[in-house]
Design a protein around this ligand. Structure first.
Ligand code: PGA
Length: 246
């Protein structure tokens, strides 16, 4: 039985006061029966690490550089994230692919850089609405995942995958449990062809997961948790999703 993981993706939200309240709110309702993490903006990693120290909650970042430390103004290396105790880093989020023109290869390189520093990459894949309507969902997610599998080689089993249909992110339009499960099943089959550990790997669903739809999504056999955007900014909602997972 795979232990579920619920990871909050704060995106570009937060300030010192709101973060402290949110983290205290989550800590206050522990323990959960699943792994729980928050992926916060870089400047807040330090205070998050302090707030969560000694708890079973984990933290991470929302992106990292594909490069070794060097002359890359504005970038943050995976080695730096490791110094802040990051357990996870999200790579290939659709907002990065869309607004920063991140390619499948760049996402794969970022995942590799993270693993090299002992950080688990949460690799996001997902189709746009136009791609879904054109019947391209399977081809798109397979192409995105295949680049990462190829780059990670024998370490592919160490990543977490997040299926995030772009049309469901921040829109309130959630994939049905059947829609999500069918993509998760094909992602697991693809992982199974590449690694003996596919049965132990976590494949998260992300895209408008909320307290009222979490249980039905999380009861699907290949949905091993959630990557939560909007609902991760309210302690009560996030905690409710964590409870649904565990
Ligand atoms: P959402 O975001 O839960 O607000 O749809 C999910 C994500 O982008 O990771």
């Amino acid at each position: 039985m795979r232990r579920k993981l619920v990871a909050g993706n704060w995106k570009m939200h937060g300030n010192h006061r709101a973060n402290a309240e949110l983290l205290a709110g989550i800590i206050g309702v522990r323990p959960f029966g699943c792994d729980v993490a928050v992926c916060v903006p870089y400047p807040y990693l330090s205070e998050t690490a302090v707030a969560l120290a000694g708890s079973d909650l984990r933290w991470g970042a929302q992106d990292c550089s594909a490069h070794e430390p060097g002359a890359y103004t504005g970038e943050v290396s995976a080695a730096m994230l490791a110094e802040f105790g990051c357990r996870y880093v999200i790579v290939g989020h659709s907002e990065r692919r869309q607004y920063h023109a991140e390619t499948d290869q760049l996402v794969a390189d970022k995942a590799k850089a993270a693993l090299a520093c002992g950080i688990t990459p949460i690799v996001c894949v997902g189709e746009t609405l136009a791609q879904r309507e054109a019947g391209q969902t399977e081809a798109v997610v397979k192409r995105q995942l295949s680049a990462v599998i190829h780059a990670l080689g024998h370490c592919a089993g160490e990543m977490v995958v997040a299926y995030e249909p772009v049309w469901a992110i921040g829109t309130g339009r959630v994939a049905t449990p059947d829609q999500a499960q069918s993509v998760h099943a094909l992602l697991r089959a693809q992982l199974g062809a590449a690694t003996a550990h596919a049965g132990d790997m976590k494949i998260l669903y992300g895209g408008s997961m909320k307290p009222d739809n979490a249980a039905s999504l999380l009861s699907q056999p290949d949905i091993d948790g959630g990557l939560i955007g909007g609902a991760s900014l309210k302690a009560a909602d996030f905690a409710a999703i964590c409870r649904a997972a565990g």
